[in-house]
Design a protein around this ligand. Structure first.
Ligand SMILES: O=C(CO)COP(=O)(O)O
Length: 249
């Protein structure tokens, strides 16, 4: 079996302040290196701060979104290349909050994935179904479509460089995580979908996100196809985030 990189990545969303971030970043930077790689995806204005604190640590940093365009007259956009100038090596793309509040469609997410890869940033491609879709029995259809849209624009080598995050929309910020078995079932489906494209994609890391806490991380990360987590709320509390990182190691 391919050995997959384990990752725990914090998604700060639109939280933080220079003052609050300082202590959080210092604590994360002090995390001992272990079997799981650690990253934090911060709001754009805090990239400099993240870089300054994390530079001498083993923790990676990145952004929560990128422009689908490489450069040009796109008011308000931030390019992958700009993020790279601040040392970003990770970018979340297609988070459900972007899909919902900013109407990002599958083809936009695919273009953002490409822009990240062109800039040598590792994209964390998010997929996930709503509660309504789950109850209608269309979870696999939805996440399969979201993943396929991205894979369709990548060549074989590019596809090997992505991370995938399964984030059921109904589990995000609700305190109600998917059970380990529910998450594992979707991860196994995504794994198969990747393998169908190329056997080499068996090595793609698939993270779970949605109400991961210190109390449920060990069970989730113990599942064979769950290679770590994408953490929202708990990534803002140093002790909780570090406990989750230990659970993945
Ligand atoms: O959206 C998420 C990570 O990207 C998950 O958020 P919570 O961990 O707050 O549920």
């Amino acid at each position: 079996m391919a050995s997959r990189a384990k990752w725990v990545v914090g998604n700060w969303k639109m939280h933080g302040s220079l003052a609050d971030n300082a202590g959080l970043l210092e604590s994360i930077a002090a995390a001992p290196a272990s079997g799981a790689r650690i990253g934090v995806c911060v709001p754009f204005p805090y990239l400099v701060q993240a870089r300054d604190v994390l530079l001498s640590s083993s923790v990676a940093w990145g952004v929560q979104d990128l422009s689908m365009y490489p450069k040009g007259a796109y008011t308000g956009e931030v390019s992958a290349q700009m993020a790279v100038e601040f040392g970003a090596t990770l970018a979340i793309v297609g988070h459900s909050e972007r899909r919902t509040y900013h109407r990002e469609a599958d083809d936009v997410v695919a273009q953002k994935t490409l822009r990240a890869l062109e800039a040598a940033i590792t994209p964390i491609v998010c997929v996930g179904e709503t509660l309504e879709e789950r109850e209608a029995g269309s979870t696999e259809q939805v996440v399969g479509r979201q993943l396929d849209a991205v894979l369709a624009v990548l060549d074989a080598q590019q596809a090997e460089r992505i991370l995938v995050a399964y984030e059921p929309v109904w589990a995000i910020g609700t305190g109600k995580s998917a059970s380990a078995a529910e998450a594992q079932a979707v991860h196994a489906f995504l794994r198969e979908r990747l393998r169908a494209k190329s056997a080499a994609l068996d090595a793609v890391t698939i993270l779970y996100g949605g109400s991961v806490k210190p109390g449920n991380a060990t069970e989730l990360f113990g599942m064979p196809d769950i290679d770590g987590g994408l953490i929202g709320g708990a990534s803002l509390v140093a002790d909780d985030f570090l406990a989750i990182c230990r659970a993945a190691a």
